[in-house]
Structures are given as structure tokens and as C-alpha cells.
Design a protein around this ligand. Sequence first.
Ligand SMILES: Nc1ncnc2c1ncn2[C@@H]1O[C@H](COP(=O)(O)OP(=O)(O)O)[C@@H](O)[C@H]1O
Ligand SMILES: N[C@@H](CCOP(=O)(O)O)C(=O)O
Length: 314
Amino acid sequence: MQLRADFARVSVPATSANLGPGFDCLGIALDLRDIVSVHATAGPTSIVVEGEGAGTVSEGDDNLIVRAMRVGLDHVGAPQVGVRMHCHNVIPHSRGLGSSASAVVAGLALARELIRDAEALDDHTILQLATHMEGHPDNVAPAIEGGMTVAWMGDDDAQALRFEPPASMTPTVFIPDFPLATSKARQVLPDVVPYRDAVANISRAAVLVAVMSDNARTVGSDDADISRWLFDATEDHLHQEYRRAVMEPSLALVDWLREAGVAAVVSGAGPTVMALNHVDDDMRASAQRSGWTVRSLAVSGDGIRTDRPQRPNV
Ligand SMILES: Nc1ncnc2c1ncn2[C@@H]1O[C@H](COP(=O)(O)OP(=O)(O)O)[C@@H](O)[C@H]1O
Ligand SMILES: N[C@@H](CCOP(=O)(O)O)C(=O)O
């Protein structure tokens, strides 16, 4: 496979996985984007990181975006190139907002922009490669396609359905000042769970998809507003409680918000907390006083965005 271009720029959204009961399955894209540009050069790798991760993420060939880009180029048999990369990062790292999935998807999307036959790295192929790198498909699916996604592992490959959540939905995220690596938050999960917990999660996750896809109605009721089920639909028994010990403040915040009727969940593997329905000003202010960064983020209808500027500025 030959290269088509020697410059590419893409942006990829933050994502929030699980949404409570949909462990390793449900995800939503949020309107917070990392922008990455790359020059293919003959020289050695050089990376400039601005914003999140500046001074901490690798600026060499083991940088996650570069690794993903190389996976993409290898997959299609394209030549490896020297890399001059610029990263403008706004997605917080190790906070449960899918920064690593966004980095992986950005690298693969950059590879697609550089090669002659973009179809060889279509969204389905990027979903496979990115899921393989991440280990689970729930963040990468909305990072690629935007909106809300249901992703699962088939016998051989990852699959995902995408749909548009209600236009009125603007999640609120509560971002703490402490990080938690996803790998660490996965280590505390049990190998087996009680049957009744699995059943509870299946029902909640199914209700959540119905509520979010905005075309369901309550059986035996004339009330067309099903958003009142959002609270029940975000109840989880599979991962959040098991993770309490590694993010006590996050679970305490979830408890506090839920006691007030807010449909709050741990975002991804935490430690960010996300609320799917309204959070009043007093609650926001109170959380802020306790050190949480509180932001309302619209759902991003787009996943990967590609920008083909006239004059590259790497
Ligand atoms: N934009 C990026 N560029 C390079 N590496 C990144 C980037 N974003 C995330 N990473 C890597 O992924 C790690 C965080 O991944 P993870 O623990 O899965 O948390 P999360 O994906 O929830 O933010 C960072 O410490 C960093 O090594
Ligand atoms: N299903 C995963 C989601 C991890 O999301 P992240 O944003 O924390 O990387 C999990 O719960 O481990």
C-alpha cells in the first residue's frame, strides 16, 4: 500500500463507557476533543504535546498515538515513516473519560489519512484494531462513530451499533484531581458475580438503551415521558461497588447524587463521575467546593473528524 499524503490532522472525542450497568458494552461520545496532526518525514520521531499529558506522555516511538498509527500502517502493508507529531490534548488522562481509546483511535485515523486506499482502514477495521489495543470495545466505538454505542465481542471480531441519544441530553462530568489507571480499576473486579446481580444489570442496561434511544413508552401508562426511568436504568451491580476501595471519593459522590435523585454513574473505570440528568446549581457548587471540576458536556454526534488544512502547521 502506498502513501497518499505526508500530512494529516484528526480530532477524536472523549468518551464515557459503561454508563452504569453497561460494563464493557455501552459508551457515549462527549464534546471534548483532542486534535492531533502528523507529518510523515524521513527523520526521527519528534512529538510536541500541549495540554493534558505534556511532560508525562512519551514523546518517542512508544507514544500511544504513534504506536496505533504504526499498527494501522502495518495492517495495510504501508511503509513505516518518520513522524513529526503535534498533540493538542484536552481529554484528562486516567480519569475515566477514555483518553487512551481516543489516542488509539486518533493514531489509526491518522494512518487512514496517510494511505492511498482509505477503505483499507474503514471504521470497522479501526474498531477491530483499536479494540485489540484497548482490550474492550466500549470506548473505542463512540470515539470512532460519535453518539451512543452498544459494542460487543463476537466470535472473531468486535461489533457495535450506534444511535443518537435524546437531543436534550447534556451529561455533567465531575472530574477529580486524582488519577486512576484503568488497568488498576480492572484488577479489583471479581472473576464471578452473583447470578441475581447479572440479571439486574441485564435489565438495567436494556432499559437504559430503550430510554436513550427515545422511542420507547411505559407499558400500562399514558405518560410518554420515559426519562424518569433514567435513574433506575443507571443502577449497576457489576463493577462500581467493587471499585469503591480504589476511588472512595467517586463512589461517595455517586451515592450523594443518587440520594438526591440524580442518575449518576462512575464514568468508565473512574474516577470521574457522570450525571445523565439535571444537576442543580447548588449541587454543582457544592461539588466544586469539594475539589471536583464540574463540566456540562454535550454528546458529540461525531466520532473521528478529519481536517485537511491547506497549510500544515506542525
Ligand atoms: N493523547 C495521548 N497521547 C499519548 N498517550 C495517551 C494519550 N491519552 C492517553 N494516553 C495514555 O493512556 C493513559 C491513560 O489510559 P487509561 O489508564 O486507560 O485512562 P483513561 O483512558 O480512562 O484516561 C495515559 O497515562 C497515557 O499513557
Ligand atoms: N469498561 C471499561 C471502561 C474503561 O474506560 P476508561 O475511560 O476508564 O478507560 C472499564 O470499566 O474498565
